[in-house]
Write a protein that binds this ligand. Structure first.
Ligand code: CMP
Length: 133
């Protein structure tokens, strides 16, 4: 069993899509082990997305993630990291396949409704970031 971090981003929480998105995860065999709805500070978003700090979109990205409530979840399933990335679809909703979360709900590359860890290594770091016990 593998765990990965999922975030329902501000654009999706704002449109009350949290419940629908959670149902999609459950219907695709994911167990939601932990979840919480929070709003993070800009400085926390900067830490979370530090991997992107040299990218031109870094500032907007951090501003956006801290702009409203988000739902952070630990998802569990076999091959959860890859499975979640497939279920989310391409980063840019325009390029996402039919049936994916970003195709269904994403508005733009920034407002793409969900985040998911991109590797098992980052999943551990990201889960620990939000759920330090
Ligand atoms: P996410 O999976 O949360 O990881 C980083 C985010 O940066 C990504 O989703 C996008 O929402 C956002 N982003 C904005 N512009 C780009 C870009 N050109 N390439 C990749 N990600 C981008």
């Amino acid at each position: 069993m593998e765990q990965t971090l999922s975030i329902v981003k501000p654009d999706a929480v704002e449109r009350n899509l949290e419940g629908e998105i959670k149902e999609i995860f459950k219907n695709n065999g994911f167990q939601i082990l932990k979840e919480k709805k929070i709003q993070i500070e800009r400085s926390e978003a900067e830490k979370f997305y530090k991997i992107h700090e040299t990218k031109p979109f870094y500032n907007d990205l951090c501003e956006y993630l801290s702009s409203g409530p988000i739902v952070v979840m630990v998802l569990e399933k076999e091959n959860a990291v890859k499975g979640n990335r497939e279920l989310m679809g391409a980063t840019n909703p325009k390029d996402a396949d039919d049936g994916t979360i970003r195709k269904k709900y994403g508005i733009s590359i920034d407002k793409n409704s969900v985040h998911g860890s991109d590797s098992l290594e980052n999943a551990k770091i990201e889960i620990n970031f939000f759920f330090k016990d």
